[in-house]
Design a protein around this ligand. Sequence first.
Ligand SMILES: [Cu+2]
Length: 304
Amino acid sequence: MTSLALINEFLGQPPNASEHGYQIDHILEFSHWFMGALFFGWSTFFVFVLIRFHKSRHPKADHAGVRSGISTHLEFSVVLIEAVLLIGFAIPLWAKRVNEFPPTQDAIIVHVVGQQFNWTFHMPGPDGQFGRREIGLVTNSNPLGIDPNDPAGKDDIVVLGELHVPINRPVIIELSSKDVIHNFCLPHMRIAADAIPGSLIPMWFKPIKSGNYEVVCGQLCGLGHYGMKGMVVVDEPAEYQAWLKERAELAGTQNAPPATQQPPGAPVGPTPGTVPPPGAPKNENPPAKPEQKPAQPAPTPSGE
Ligand SMILES: [Cu+2]
C-alpha cells in the first residue's frame, strides 16, 4: 500500500477486491490530498491577509487592491487541476463503467431484485436462460414471480441474501426493485447503483480476491433499511461450481412445489369438511369456509 492510500484507510474505505477498484481509489486519494492542500493553502493565505492588511499597517483602505497577479495564477491552477481530474479521469472512468460492458459469454449474469428489506438473486440455471418474471405471480414461495409455464424458468436459481460468484470472471448485474428505490452497494467492489421499480439497471464488476463481501442498501428505503444487508461470496472456480450444482439441484423443488403441498397461509389441521376421528384433539378456531353464511342467532324460546 502506497503512502497515498493512507487517506483512504483513514476514511474507512474497505480493501479493494475488484479489478477496476484501484482506479476509483486513485481518484479518491488524489481528490482528498488535493482538497487537503487547498484547505491548507487557502487557510494560510487567509491568515497572511489578516496580518498583511491589518488596520495598524493600512489605516486607510486602498481601492486599487493587490497589484501582483499571483492570486489569479493560483486560482487558474486550481481550476486547471480540477478540470483535469474531471475530464481526464472521472468522466472516462465513468464512461468505461457504463459503456464498456464485458462480453456476455464470459460473464456471470445475475438479476438482483431489492425489496423491503432484503436482496434476492436470480440466476438462469443450467440452460443459461432467465425465465419470464411477472409481478402478478409473486407469492411467498415464488418471490420473483417466475412464470411456472415458461420452460426457461424451470431450472432458474433463486437465492435470498447470499450470492456466490467465481473469482476473476466479470459479473453483470441487472438491478431492479419490487417496491421502493434501493441502492445495491458493494463497497469492496467499488460499485453501487440504484434499484428502481420498473427499470432494469445494468452494472458490472470483476472480483479479483476471494472472500465474503457485504452488500448494503445505499438508499434510505424504510424503517428496516439498516438491516437490508446481503452477502456476495467470491469463490474459487471449483467451490463456485459446487455451490451452483447444489443450488441447481434445489431449484427443482424451489420452483415447482409438489401438487400436494399446501399453499402458504393454508390452515393447519384437518381438512375442512372432514370429520375428525373420535378422540382426536379438538381443532381450536376451525377455519371458516368462505361460502358459509354467518350463523343466525337462534330465536329465544322464552316469551319475555
Ligand atoms: Cu433498501
